[in-house]
Ligand binder design. Structure first.
Ligand SMILES: [Zn+2]
Length: 82
């Protein structure tokens, strides 16, 4: 379905865009659905795609940590500098 761009059930070309699907908040899948008969196909993303996703979420985590430190330190400096 992903490669043929055809619905295996009704043969329609009217497919939705690929979307991310996260199942049980651990597994990351891609999802394509048919707009005609609502057939849904799930597939495993390529390893590359998966790694990109993992990297993105770790960058997000790191930026949260940096912000979490920067704000209290900034506030402390404001009080320390007369
Ligand atoms: Zn269909």
């Amino acid at each position: 379905m992903r490669k043929t761009k055809l619905c295996p059930k009704c043969g329609s070309k009217d497919l939705s865009k690929e979307r991310d699907a996260i199942i049980q908040s651990r597994e990351f899948f891609k999802i394509i659905s048919c707009n005609k008969c609502k057939f849904v196909e799930l597939y495993m993303p390529d390893n590359e795609e998966r790694e990109k996703k993992m990297r993105n979420s770790s960058i997000f985590l790191w930026s949260m940590i940096v912000v979490g430190f920067a704000i209290p330190i900034g506030v402390m400096l404001l009080f320390l500098i007369p």
